[in-house]
Design a protein around this ligand. Structure first.
Ligand SMILES: *Cc1c(COP(=O)(O)O)cnc(C)c1O
Length: 410
């Protein structure tokens, strides 16, 4: 987002015009930002052979998926529908990882039939795989390294109480299943959570995974998951991917010497690729003084962007209608009949009725976590590529809300 001559632009497109053209609220994504993030990560891991698999649950619009395919990425999916969206976006099945949790074996079988690469995280499933396919289907195994990494317990997935992965204390059991069925264990995986800023913790997890890997001679790769943090506030911290990349390359090359064979590594960034690329634009309906604060009430809410309420996530907000307005504190609240505050007493340029506010970092886990609560339709999505804005999802309507309802004639 750039400010020139009193107007904010995103990817070269005037942001207020976007609202005039596509209505409000609207999610907008900038292709150039996604590409910048992809290239930065790719360069950071240049010291080792690697694959970048976009963890697409962050944002699955097929146009975003095919853009990421065109710039060289693969895909990490967590449901069959994500897998199907990936195929629709033109990914080769062998460029799609399927990393489910607590699904039925029939889903896994369908993923195998579609040709996706498997990443399984429980022993009963490995048993079933062995019983049904012997060693004919290569599989990656998700390990829980038991470290607390990431922003907070809600977004940390590799700690002792986490439902994800097979405990590193159960590696013996994995070896037993492998021997029993001759399983082809092609890789070991970990994804320890979101928003990991501490390189040491990430490397500690990686070390545990590499050591567990010594029990498996058949390995071709290690998958270190995602969770790279991006800045959410001005001057916020972020994962130093360059430092991480160079230290991880050293660690892996030492491990290759130890193993006596080489391997490649995979990463599964979600947030890192798309968070900063996205903005949610919403209009101010009401400005209201209360004894406690001044509310700016907007035409969106927790039905469209739930991260502030669900994770207490900070989303920076800019009044793009009044770039040089006098700064004073506002509380920004949604229009849902729940307490859906986006910000409390935050310094912002003077807000007037009708102004448009831009919610930053809305590309990841924004529209994907949106709902129809209060029977509100979900917003439109717009993708900016090469200075041009394209509608990539139309706004929902009342008809969409009724589409799956069955009207009884009784
Ligand atoms: C969600 C997820 C990711 C991506 O997490 P981010 O914090 O968005 O980078 C990566 N791998 C797996 C298995 C996931 O479930």
């Amino acid at each position: 987002m750039t400010l020139t001559d009193n107007r904010f632009t995103l990817g070269g497109v005037d942001m207020l015009r976007l609202v005039e053209e596509f209505g409000s609220p609207v999610y907008v994504y900038d292709a150039a930002t996604i590409e910048r993030q992809y290239k930065r990560l790719d360069a950071a891991f240049a010291g080792i052979e690697h694959e970048i698999k976009y963890a697409c649950k962050a944002l699955t619009n097929v146009n975003i998926l095919s853009f990421i395919r065109r710039i060289g990425g693969g895909l990490d999916t967590v449901s069959l529908n994500e897998l199907h969206l990936g195929l629709k976006a033109g990914f080769e099945p062998n460029n799609i990882f399927y990393t489910p949790n607590n699904v039925s074996f029939s889903e896994v079988q369908e993923a195998i039939a579609l040709g996706a690469r498997l990443n399984l995280d429980n022993l009963p499933m490995l048993e079933k795989l062995g019983q049904t396919y012997g060693g004919s289907v290569p599989v990656c195994v998700r390990i829980n390294p038991h470290i607390m990494a990431g922003g907070n317990e809600k977004i940390s997935t590799g700690h002792i109480n986490s439902k994800f992965g097979i405990s590193m204390t159960q590696v013996d059991a994995i070896v037993r299943v492998q021997e029993k069925y001759g399983l082809d264990i092609a890789g070991l995986h970990m994804h320890t959570g979101s928003e990991i800023v501490d390189t040491d913790i990430f490397l500690q997890g990686a070390q545990i995974l590499l050591e567990a890997g010594r029990r498996f001679k058949t390995l071709r790769f290690f998958d270190f998951g995602g969770g790279f943090k991006v800045p959410y506030k001005p001057d916020d911290n972020e994962t130093n991917v360059e430092e991480l990349g160079s230290r991880l390359a050293v660690l892996c090359h030492e491990e290759m010497k130890h193993r006596g064979n080489s391997f490649y590594v995979c990463f599964e960034p979600g947030k890192y690729l798309v968070s900063e690329a996205g903005m949610l634009l919403a209009r101010v309906n009401v400005v209201k003084q209360t004894p406690a604060t001044t509310f700016a009430g907007v035409d969106t809410g927790l039905n469209h962007l739930i991260r502030p309420m669900f994770y207490k996530a900070y989303h920076h907000i800019t009044n793009i209608s009044n770039p040089h307005g006098a700064v004073r504190p506002y509380s920004v609240a949604g229009y849902i009949c729940e307490t859906d505050n986006f910000a409390w007493d935050r310094e912002m340029a003077e807000i007037r009725e009708g102004d448009v506010l831009a919610f930053h970092n809305a590309g990841a886990y924004g529209i994907m976590m949106a709902s129809n609560y209060n029977s509100r339709p979900r917003p439109a999505e717009v993708f900016i590529v090469n200075g041009k804005a394209h509608l990539i999802r139309r706004r929902e309507t009342l008809d969409d809300l009724l589409r799956t309802q069955i009207l009884l004639d009784i």
